[in-house]
Write a protein that binds this ligand. Structure first.
Ligand code: NAD
Length: 399
């Protein structure tokens, strides 16, 4: 079989000669009892870079020794890119949300042999899921592999934005000691109302992690949590996003991108928020309207916006979120810490082993199967596509 794998570029200075830590902490299982990815074999050192081209998700030896052709590239956007040359006869495509190979309906039409699209991570909106259903291409992802990594990033972003860490750090780097400048936008999180749009694996973990800060917790989700969890966290459930954003100082967005959630935070929704609230979006860039966010930061309707997800990715060099006021953006990194990479590389191998051995892939990993939403796809997505406009990724010029 031919397996096409699209990964982000290596570090500018080449692969690291050494890493800060020599070992990763050992995790036994995920909080709901689900086991960590458990492939039969592993050909990489945990804690090393796997998500870039030379890291190859640690898959080359396994695939080539089993007679498969393995193509790895970071060339994915614009005319003549490498991925488009190989998708026409690839059987399986592997891509990462951090550096997504946008599998639009047009590309899927050219992919005559394609049977499965694997997301090395979580969030398969870079695949036109409707087209995958129509063409009977299965879509799977490594559910839970980086959910808790993202929740950590959310906590970091809430605290750093409300306390205005970025500004204070900049003042120190510039040699200054202007304390009044450093604190004129700095608050405590304690006592604030924090709400999540969606309380799935990430949203719930973010709530749990924020609880010790002495905050009031809120959520909206199309699936209500158990009474036991609501009581444990003293959670307020809202029946709509609007009802929740009206009372929250900080809103964190943790639903997948699909037709129901695309452009959810437009000008109308942002204007329903408390004046001066903060948004942390580590879900998907397209859930928030690009121009509406920038305008709300400029007017003061929002005090801050942070997250690591953009649309498209890589974000064009002149994407307005790079330069808008009071933002705390990172490139799409929250789910690709070295810790998370080990789990999703193991997960991709587990999926491939199951596929080659004709064994069922874990139900939790399924997004689309046999032309229908399945597993997590059925629980967390809606039918349709959210890939339109992704060709704009070709405008990014490497720095
Ligand atoms: P999950 O499937 O456990 O949770 C998703 C939740 O969203 C579910 O509870 C579902 O009911 C809810 N939901 C779906 N549509 C909704 C809607 N219209 N309104 C309200 N709630 C809705 O997934 P997860 O592990 O928590 O991940 C969620 C998303 O976060 C992913 O799909 C992905 O887009 C994003 N993510 C980002 C990164 C990153 O690196 N930034 C990493 C992992 C996941």
């Amino acid at each position: 079989m031919k397996i096409l794998c699209v990964l982000y570029d290596d570090p500018k200075g080449g692969m690291p000669k050494r890493y800060p830590l020599s070992n990763l902490p050992k995790l036994d299982k995920y909080p709901d009892g689900m086991s960590l990815p458990s492939p039969k074999g592993r050909d990489f050192t945990p804690g090393q870079l796997l998500g870039c081209v030379s890291g190859e998700l640690g898959l080359r030896k396994f695939l080539e020794s089993n007679g498969h052709e393995f193509i790895v590239t970071s060339s994915k956007d614009g005319p003549g890119n490498e991925a488009d040359k190989h998708i026409v006869d690839a059987d399986i495509v592997i891509s990462q949300p951090f550096f997504p190979y946008y599998l639009t309906r047009e590309k899927i039409k050219t992919a005559k042999n394609l049977k499965m699209a694997i997301t090395a991570g979580i969030g398969s909106d870079h695949v036109d899921l409707q087209a995958a259903m129509d063409h009977k291409i299965d879509v799977v992802e490594v559910t839970y592999c980086n959910s808790r990594s993202v929740a950590e990033h959310i906590v970091m972003m809430i605290i750093s934005m409300v306390r205005d860490y970025h500004n204070q750090h900049r003042i120190v780097n510039e040699g200054g000691w202007n304390i009044a400048d450093a604190v004129q936008r700095s608050y405590d999180v304690e006592g604030m109302h924090i709400g999540t749009v969606a309380a799935g694996r990430i949203g719930l973990d973010a709530l749990r992690k924020m609880k010790p800060f002495g905050v009031h917790l809120h959520y909206f989700d199309r699936h209500r949590l158990s009474t036991a969890i609501e009581q444990e966290l003293n959670l307020t459930f809202h029946t709509s996003v609007e009802s929740m954003v009206k009372v929250c100082d900080v809103v964190t967005i943790n639903c997948p991108l699909h037709p129901e959630t695309e452009n959810l935070f437009d000008t109308a929704m942002i204007n329903k928020m408390k004046k001066g609230a903060y948004i942390v979006n580590t879900a998907r860039g397209k859930i928030c309207n690009r121009e509406a966010i920038a305008a709300a930061l400029t007017s003061g309707q929002l005090s801050g916006y942070a997250g690591d997800v953009w649309f498209p990715q890589p974000a064009p060099n002149d994407h307005i979120w790079r330069t808008m006021p009071n933002h705390g953006m990172t490139p799409h990194t929250s789910g690709t810490s070295l810790s998370a990479q080990t789990r999703y590389a193991d997960g991709v191998r587990e999926i491939l082993e199951c596929y080659f051995d004709k064994k069922p892939i874990r139900q939790q990993y399924l997004i689309v199967q046999n032309g229908e939403l399945a597993g997590v796809g059925k629980h967390s997505y809606s039918k349709g596509s959210a890939t339109s406009g992704s060709e704009e990724a070709a405008r990014y010029k490497k720095q």
